[in-house]
Design a protein around this ligand. Structure first.
Ligand code: PBG
Length: 333
């Protein structure tokens, strides 16, 4: 706490600093720009270029070609990076999530298409097995248990395949113990020492992922919940331990997920570690705002800028948000 005690009224009139637009902009403590945004793209292996996601109005599942167009759009809007999440045909899923390590799979295809279309854009990928597994879990299952160590090899191979296809940044979102070290070793051993790891360090078992699981088609498949690996929302000390572990294992930056209900976690991490800290404004947060706006209950444009600025105020270096292109347009590039 500061030792400064403000002068009492009327010497102090805090409203003086809010009276006009010019003074408000002069004293603004945080500024949101398109360069703070990462745009998550849901990609699919279906025939259509775009298929709307019902629970996420305004979000489409994209073919590799459409993803490349979206990446170009991102570049033109000043959005530095996109993040890819796959919707795989259920007939191609199996218990081992074999598709996750297919070098000719959907994600490598999308990375290449994006790199051809918009080479200046950063491409981030999701490293987790759920979208490729017929059981919808982020890890392999033995005797009904999500097994940790056996999953690590698969995740490391998956990250390698993404890097090999041209990914700039991998995002392990699985919450297995030791995955960052396994991925960092695999990248280092194969000449991909420059690939960034943005780890989903504090990822909570959250109701707010519901629409995403529809979008990627993992909802129907999922048996049980993810509470044996994703974090309990009652905890925050644990988030600091997770971040410390991921940084020690070789993460370059860390993420908190979901976003808005977890700004206290962002703030604590930012203050404790002084590393680039990101948050993910997840599908449920997006869907809530879209639904309220569709009912005329919320001014959506204002709510988008307000929530994204709140992430910056909490200490975020950047935010993953489905609102990225809309926000960039509102910010007037
Ligand atoms: C899991 C993963 C999830 C999201 C991205 N990757 C959540 C989950 O199903 O556990 C959620 C993204 C969102 O809700 O927008 N690998």
């Amino acid at each position: 706490m500061s030792v400064f005690t403000p002068a009492p009224f009327p010497a102090a009139r805090p409203r003086r600093l809010r009276r006009t637009p010019w003074v408000r902009s002069l004293v603004a403590e945080h500024v949101l720009t398109p360069s703070d945004l990462i745009w998550p793209l849901i990609v699919h292996d279906g025939d259509e270029d775009r298929v709307p996601v019902p629970s996420m109005p305004g979000v489409d599942r994209l073919s590799p070609k459409a993803a490349a167009e979206a990446a170009k759009e991102a570049a033109s809007l000043g959005i530095p990076a996109v993040a890819l999440f796959p919707n795989i045909d259920p007939s191609k899923k199996d218990a081992e999530a074999s598709g996750a390590v297919d070098p000719d799979g959907l994600i490598p295809d999308c990375i290449k298409a994006i790199k051809d279309a918009a080479p200046e854009i950063g491409v981030m990928t999701d490293v987790a097995l759920d979208c490729f597994a017929d059981h919808g879990h982020d890890g392999l299952i033995e005797n009904g248990v999500i097994v940790n160590d056996a999953t690590l090899d698969r995740l490391a191979e998956m990250a390698f395949i993404h890097a090999h296809a041209g990914a700039d940044m991998v995002g392990p979102s699985d919450m297995m113990d030791g995955r960052v070290a396994a991925i960092r070793d695999a990248l280092e051993a194969n000449g991909f020492q420059d690939v960034l790891i943005l780890s989903y360090a504090a990822k909570y078992a959250s109701a707010f992922y519901g629409p995403y699981r529809d979008a990627v088609g993992s909802a129907k498949a999922l048996t049980g919940d993810k509470k044996t690996y994703q974090m309990d929302f009652a905890n925050s000390e644990e988030a600091l331990r997770e971040v410390a572990a991921d940084l020690a294992e070789g993460a370059d930056a860390v993420m908190v997920k979901p976003g808005l209900p977890y700004l206290d976690i962002v703030r604590r991490i930012h203050e404790a570690f002084h590393v680039p800290t990101f948050a993910y404004q997840v599908s449920g947060e997006y869907a809530m705002m879209r639904a309220a706006a569709a009912n005329g209950w919320l001014d959506e444009d204002r709510a988008v800028i307000e929530t994204l600025t709140a992430f910056k105020r909490a200490g975020c270096a950047g935010v993953l948000t489905y609102f990225a292109p809309r926000a960039a347009r509102l910010l007037g590039v």
